[in-house]
Design a binder for this molecule. Sequence first.
Ligand SMILES: [Zn+2]
Length: 268
Amino acid sequence: MNYFKKLLILPVTVLTFHFSSCAPTAGPAMNDNGQINTVRASNSLLQQGVQQFEAMKRKKRISTNPTYNAQMQRVAARLKRTINMPGARWEFVVFEDPTPNAFALPGGKVGVHTGLFPITKTDGGLAAVLGHEISHVTRNHAGSRKTQATGLALGGLILDQIAKRGGTSGADRAKLGALYGAGATVGFALPHSRKAELEADRIGTIYMAKAGYNPNEAVAMWQRFADYNRTKGRGSQPEFLRTHPLDTTRINALRAFLPTAMREYNRR
Ligand SMILES: [Zn+2]
């Protein structure tokens, strides 16, 4: 029984670097019936995602804000019902952190910072963000990277990339790598590939539409995020925007996809 259960685990992920050259193995993201083709991730990737999330929960403060937590669980519950991903271990946690950020990890672990809620505002706005993050998981965007095949640990790799950016020496990088093993949190500072971002935007609106949230709210929310960046993000761009480059091209692409998403919304 346990063995059988193990076989059923079809984990997943997020967090991509620039690796647009390798497409997910699973063909079109959505079929004509509006069903999302999920992509299974390796068990080791799942393991890393779960471990990293556990480490984050120990290290970061989990929010006790009753409004944010209630909204998170309310919206997540509706979205979860629209996802067919056997073996995913969905978990949605609000972290106490003023920077507007959200992320997802292999296996279905999703985190949202308290600082994002003033931007998402409505249930629909939050559904757009969660739908986006869920899509990184169900489409296994992290697992589609070629580097995955080298067998290097995801977290270690990310740390290494960060260290390189910061000009850290090779020896220090090795230490950082060891840190990851000890449960350091990491990884969210790297840009997703543009392709993965656009796909997550599109699929995210399908999830929100199926859950009964009007996909137009996604455009409004990303617009609010862009406005936030213009007024408050100058100088120090929010982490989410470094990992999720947000520009008019991206918002326009989403707008162009709205008729498809609305079809799912009206089909319910
Ligand atoms: Zn993303």
